[in-house]
Design a protein around this ligand. Structure first.
Ligand SMILES: [Zn+2]
Length: 104
């Protein structure tokens, strides 16, 4: 699972960077949302995220929610049918919440 977490954190960094944030800003978003404890960093992260397009913000949110699912143990399980999501699919789209069949 640590590998998945790392992949998600990298995806988060990439999404923030491709959304136009500086490397430092992207790092700070990744560091803060990966703690996602609603603590002091939250406000700052919201401001940084507000600079991203809706599409990039959506991606960041999906990644953060995937990190939460790793913590609560539901990661890798399809939201719709409850079956296990294919490992290859998770490799390609670590933030996905549905199996291939349910994605269509
Ligand atoms: Zn499914």
């Amino acid at each position: 699972m640590d590998q998945r977490r790392q992949a998600l954190e990298h995806a988060l960094l990439r999404a923030a960077r491709s959304g136009g944030l500086t490397r430092d800003a992207a790092r700070s978003v990744a560091a803060d949302v990966c703690r996602y404890d609603g603590g002091g960093g939250e406000m700052h992260v919201k401001e940084l995220l507000a600079q991203l397009s809706d599409r990039d913000q959506g991606r960041v949110r999906r990644i953060v929610s995937a990190l939460r699912r790793i913590d609560d143990g539901s990661y890798g399980t399809c939201d719709k049918c409850g079956s296990k999501i294919d490992e290859n699919r998770l490799d390609l789209m670590p933030e996905t919440t549905t199996c291939r069949a349910c994605a269509d």
